[in-house]
Design a binder for this molecule. Structure first.
Ligand SMILES: NC(=O)c1ccc[n+]([C@@H]2O[C@H](COP(=O)([O-])OP(=O)(O)OC[C@H]3O[C@@H](n4cnc5c(N)ncnc54)[C@H](O)[C@@H]3O)[C@@H](O)[C@H]2O)c1
Ligand SMILES: [Zn+2]
Length: 339
């Protein structure tokens, strides 16, 4: 697969064994690997590389301070533009190392090897990099497209169940937005074929981004669930995927109230898949902190915001809504669903 933005920004998305890929590329290129330290104990082959740096990766250290630490490592290791930086880790890691790569010497070659389902199916694709700042998600960031994204589904084997379901949430998002077959597949199967599912999920993301790589309008579709979801993630300390699952649910209730769709059948599909994959809907206390954290990204046009809405399963669009009206409706929905 290819995500071709323009000549300079093309990501080659390859399904391969990560170790085999690295062995091949190292023959003709300088590579410097930065790897999530937790992976070291599961994947002993990582220790066979000389130019590898293991670094702790959590949502908590997806921050400005850790950027400085990584810049210092690159400085001390004398990493110049003859190198490829290889980021091996989950979405918070690829987001962060992607930002580092996009700014180091004004942009250095980058390869992602995503190791969580969420990162394979979503986070590593599409060029958005970033770190959190002042408790706001991804406030500092760039668009930067890695040369290669290598998907090795063997990494899924060591993920705890909580992180499998996180990935499922973003995959369900892609299905609801544009690909009914994802939703049908998720209802049908008992044992997931990750390669099949990830390919379908990536295809949705690529199709959306190709039309609007720098988020002028169409790409806002991918923020479905994220306006409320990011607020839930930061105020309730949930994993990204589970927060986004809840965000999708509450955003659908809001749009149903505001414009009459999606109809309950579509909301019910989300709830049923939630039951199947153990993604739980949380209830809020009359939650003002959550309202304060609602983050409209760059989705604003004066007093209006662009909001992604699902019309039917696999059919979605971005619409313009008055911001105050939107916030008021979020408040009403949260209060109705509060304890
Ligand atoms: N750039 C984008 O377009 C985009 C899209 C969606 C999400 N994201 C970002 O992705 C982040 C969430 O990423 P995530 O869910 O991948 O989590 P993560 O990167 O925070 O990793 C979570 C934990 O999983 C561990 N881990 C990673 N791979 C593992 C493996 N194979 N086996 C066992 N443990 C493993 C890590 O060490 C870490 O402790 C959020 O910061 C979110 O903002 C970005
Ligand atoms: Zn997300």
């Amino acid at each position: 697969m290819k995500l071709l933005i323009n000549r300079k920004y093309t990501s080659n998305i390859i399904f391969d064994n990560a170790n085999d890929f690295l062995k091949r590329i190292i023959k003709s290129n300088n590579i410097f690997i930065i790897c999530d330290i937790n992976l070291r104990k599961y994947y002993k082959w990582l220790n066979g590389y000389k130019k590898i740096f293991f670094y702790e990766s959590t949502e908590e250290n997806k921050n400005f301070e850790s950027l400085v630490e990584i810049f210092n490592i690159l400085f001390n290791e004398k990493i110049d533009r003859s190198y490829f930086i290889v980021a091996i880790g989950g979405g918070s890691f690829t987001d962060k190392i992607g930002f580092v790569a996009s700014t180091w010497m004004r942009g250095i070659n980058l390869i992602y090897i995503p190791t969580t389902l969420l990162a394979m199916a979503d986070a590593a694709i599409g060029g958005k990099t970033g770190v959190n700042f002042n408790n706001i998600k991804n406030l500092i960031g760039t668009y930067y497209f890695p040369r290669y994204i290598v998907i090795d589904t063997n990494f899924v084997n060591t993920l705890p169940n909580s992180m499998i379901i996180d990935g499922m949430a973003e995959i369900i998002k892609h299905g609801l937005l544009k690909e009914k077959s994802i939703i049908k597949y998720l209802f049908r199967i008992n044992k997931v074929n990750y390669k099949t599912l990830i390919k379908k999920s990536i295809k949705v993301k690529i199709d959306i981004i190709k039309k609007d790589p720098y988020e002028n309008k169409n790409r806002y579709l991918l923020n479905f669930g994220h306006t409320i979801g990011h607020a839930i993630e930061t105020t309730h300390n949930l994993h990204h995927g589970l927060a986004i699952f809840n965000g999708m649910y509450y955003e659908m209730l809001v749009s149903e109230k505001l414009i009459g769709y999606p109809k309950f059948q579509v909301i019910n599909i989300l709830l049923k898949l939630g039951e199947k994959f153990n993604l739980k809907i949380i209830k809020f206390d009359k939650d003002n902190t959550l309202i304060d954290k609602l983050y409209f990204d760059k989705k604003g046009v004066e007093d209006h915001i662009y909001v992604p809405i699902i019309k039917e399963t696999g059919n979605s669009e971005v619409i313009k809504i008055n911001k105050d009206k939107y916030i008021k409706t979020v408040k009403t929905i949260i209060n109705q669903n509060g304890n």
